[in-house]
Design a protein around this ligand. Structure first.
Ligand SMILES: Cc1ncc(COP(=O)(O)O)c(C=O)c1O
Length: 372
């Protein structure tokens, strides 16, 4: 079965992990700081704080900006459950918004309608790696003091109007889980230009321990530390950072191959009736996954593909219909509901061979030709 996604790992990653073993320092240390510096240069942002997952990146960023009980955070329901759980972990309430059917990115006009006096943050999700309209979002958020915390889990390596995603909003949150553009095994990062909030996040990722105090007393009392913030055990380990550093060396070829496959899929699928290809900014998008819209018979197609040895998925089942999140969904979300019935995720990963790609293409074509 051709999977929907798969990490591309080699001996380089294994050897890098071996070197960390030899140092005997497995947790937060110099390899994590090296990884952060690499990301800082690549993204052109002042601060990168590496954490253990993309979910904790979103939670800690919201928390550091003071989002808490009584606040509302506007978020698309069409996202991974991680985004919603991160909001709820702060005590704030998610307010679900609509998406555009041509990109699956947030509908900014719909967001504007949902802003209340309690709205403290908006979380745009850069779907499949394609950037949301950040200019429009900032234009509605900035005058009201609303923070834009980007869920950039899909978008490491993508740009918006020539600028890398990572320093456009108040903070961007990346994921380096096993199937992301680059992986650390598991990992995440918060990136931002605000030095003060960045310092807060650095403390919060390691149980609120104030490293300045730690440094100040280092010469006299090395054992001394102070806990100055509410914090979490969210830091990245040297083991995960070592994997990330090796993966980063391969990012250009990862992005290029996935872009090539995406363009091939788009070109062929555009000719099929009953299918809608998402609109895609190839030049600026580091494509994370490949999603098609099937106007009728999505589930049938999934079953058919299975018989052909082609895996498929649905990204995502919207959160406003999930049992635990239902209570946060007072309004109808007709576009999202329609998309939820149409979207199918097809295989897309760096190590896909040309014959894997052909099998996916031919299987989808066979299904639609048999229907017409
Ligand atoms: C849109 C989105 N947000 C957040 C996350 C959370 O990232 P992680 O799995 O690293 O916790 C994911 C992961 O798949 C995601 O797809």
């Amino acid at each position: 079965m051709i999977p929907v996604s798969k990490p591309s790992m080699g001996n380089e990653e294994l050897e890098a992990v071996g070197k960390v073993f030899q140092t005997g320092w497995l947790g937060l240390g110099s390899t994590v700081f090296d990884f952060e510096n690499i990301l800082k240069d690549y993204l052109g942002v002042k601060n990168v704080i590496a954490v253990n997952t993309g979910t904790s990146a979103i939670h800690i960023a919201l928390d550091a900006f003071g989002i808490s009980a009584g606040d509302e955070v506007i978020v698309p329901t069409m996202t991974f459950a991680a985004t919603i759980q991160a909001i709820l972990a702060t005590g704030a309430v998610p307010v679900f918004c609509e998406i555009n059917s041509d990109t699956l990115n947030v509908d900014v006009a719909d967001i504007e309608k949902r802003i209340t006096a309690k709205t403290k943050a908006i979380i745009p999700v850069h779907y499949c790696g394609q950037a949301c309209d950040m200019d429009e979002l900032l234009a509605i958020a900035r005058p009201k003091g609303i923070k834009i915390i980007e869920d950039a889990a899909h978008a490491f390596g993508s740009s918006y109007k020539g600028k890398k995603i990572g320093s456009l909003g108040d903070a961007a949150c990346f994921s380096f889980d096993p199937i992301k553009t680059i992986t650390c095994g598991e990992g995440g990062a918060v990136t931002l230009n605000d030095d003060e909030i960045a310092e807060k996040i650095r403390r919060k990722r390691i149980l609120g321990i104030d490293k300045d105090t730690w440094h100040r007393y280092r010469n006299e009392r090395t054992w001394f530390y102070q806990v100055t913030d509410i914090g979490y055990r969210y830091h990245m380990s040297n083991i995960n950072a070592a994997i990330g550093i090796e993966q980063f060396k391969k990012i250009d070829k990862f992005i290029e191959r996935k872009r090539e496959i995406t363009m091939r899929y788009d070109k062929e699928f555009r000719t099929l009736p009953g299918i809608k290809v998402l609109s895609n900014n190839y030049a600026e998008t580091a494509q994370f996954c490949y999603i098609l819209r099937v106007e009728n018979g999505r589930d049938e197609l999934m079953n058919f593909l299975k018989t052909k040895g082609v895996g498929s998925g649905v990204h995502y089942i919207p959160n406003h219909i999930q049992p635990v999140f239902k209570k946060f969904s007072p309004d109808a979300l007709p576009i999202t509901d329609k998309m939820a019935e149409q979207i199918i995720t097809l295989p897309l990963y760096y190590d896909m061979t040309d014959s894997d790609v052909e099998l996916v293409l031919n299987s989808v074509k066979e299904f639609f030709n048999a229907k017409s």
